[in-house]
Design a protein around this ligand. Structure first.
Ligand code: OSB
Ligand code: MG
Length: 388
């Protein structure tokens, strides 16, 4: 028996799922090498158990398929017509079984994770446990980093970094792209020679840029995240041999198998685990354990989540091999008003891992109403396709 398991955990029986589509606007536009985000529609997945307990998940998508192939509306469609009909009316003995139930749908990992994480939340609530305990987390508080989008000038970036360092963030991540890289990192390092600093390229370079990327080695970066193609692990291995700076993979890792192969090839020394990108918490924990066994550090990436997705990130980060600060800044850094209560707050660069049942933050129905576009209830009557 695993340490996270209690002698008698009660199974859950999913009665219905409600899809709440909301529109949320960022306080500050966020620019990466693939574009600028200001506002997005997000689907919040409410899974209701036969005893009336609700669990919550979130599609960590945006309106455009630029980070990966999914959008909020492709994820909503896959959820509604395929993933939800598979789980509705079923007894689920443990949420770690859900990932395998959903492999009949190829990829669409963010859609799968939105449902799977909501099921973890229901199960944890039904069994009176905080989610982190169910996952095997050990930490009482997690260190928090800040991801800064591409800025108009190095001066502007240095100003932002100063603000976040003063707020206590434990890691600063700077988005880079050709033309907004060396001069920007150079300016930050000159002003802040010792802060934990890293760069995220979101696939903006190729192996033709090796000489250019090697120049980053002189800035003592914690890592460079996803410098090469979104679907590559071969060229990253070539690049890692040339760089002193550790490579961290984000976009290239969709599964335990991807992580295993990247580790075997030497494509990275660090992995950014995003629950959505890998299809849920079950797969995230497996990747975490694999990396721990291979001395590969992990940290929790962010997808500009609302409080629901952010809460899942916090509970997962309680696991022991999340040794580097994640992109899990507090609610106020993204939203004027988050939809969960209490809001997620940071103190001295840490967020306390909460100990209430499940995700331990409540979705505030009044706040949800303010950003709601529409809600749709899916029950066992909705089965438009044969489900294998
Ligand atoms: O590459 O980590 C990324 C946001 C959207 C898509 C991809 C990424 C990001 C971030 C934001 O870096 C991190 C955050 O949620 O603060
Ligand atoms: Mg990234």
């Amino acid at each position: 028996m695993q340490p996270t398991e209690q002698a008698s955990q009660q199974p859950i029986h999913i009665r219905e799922v409600i899809l709440h589509t909301v529109n949320v606007s960022l306080q500050t536009p966020f620019t990466t090498s693939f574009g600028t985000m200001r506002t997005k529609d997000v689907c919040l997945v409410e899974v209701v158990d036969s005893s009336g307990i609700s669990g919550w998940g979130e599609t960590v998508t945006s309106d455009e398929p630029y980070y990966n192939e999914e959008t909020t509306y492709t994820a909503t469609y896959i959820l509604k017509d395929f993933l939800i009909p598979k789980v509705i009316g079923r007894d689920i003995a443990h949420p770690r079984d859900v990932h395998n139930m959903l492999t009949f749908v190829r990829r669409n990992n963010i859609a799968k994770a939105a449902l799977e994480t909501a099921i973890w939340d229901v199960f944890a609530k039904k069994n009176g446990q905080p989610l982190h305990a169910l996952l095997g987390g050990e930490k009482e508080k997690i260190a928090v980093g800040k991801s800064i989008g591409i800025q108009a000038s190095p001066e502007k970036l240095v100003e932002k970094v100063g603000q976040y360092v003063a707020e206590g963030f434990k890691k600063i991540k700077v988005k880079i792209a050709p033309g907004t890289d060396i001069a920007f990192i150079d300016a930050v390092r000159k002003q802040y020679p010792d802060i934990p600093l890293m760069a995220d390229a979101n696939s903006a370079y190729t192996l033709d840029d090796i000489a250019h990327l090697k120049r980053l080695d002189e800035y003592n970066l914690m890592m460079i995240e996803q410098p090469l193609a979104h679907d590559d692990i071969i060229d990253h291995a070539t690049l890692q041999k040339e760089l002193q700076t550790p490579i961290c993979l984000d976009e290239s890792i969709h599964s335990y198998e991807d992580a295993r192969k990247a580790i075997e090839l030497g494509s990275c020394r660090i992995i950014n685990i995003k629950i959505g990108r890998v299809g849920g918490l079950g797969e995230s924990v497996r990747i975490h354990d694999l990396c721990k066994a291979h001395d590969i550090a992990v940290w929790c990436g962010g997808m500009l989540e609302t409080g629901v997705g952010r809460a899942h990130n916090i509970h997962m980060t309680a696991l022991s091999n999340f040794t580097l600060p994640g992109d899990t800044a507090p609610s106020s850094h993204y939203w004027e008003e988050d939809i969960v209560t209490p809001e997620i707050t940071m103190k001295d660069g840490y967020i306390d891992v909460p100990n209430g049942p499940g995700i331990s933050y409540e979705v505030d129905r009044a706040k949800l109403e303010k950003v709601l576009l529409h809600s749709e209830r899916i029950d066992s009557a909705h089965s438009p396709h044969p489900i294998p």
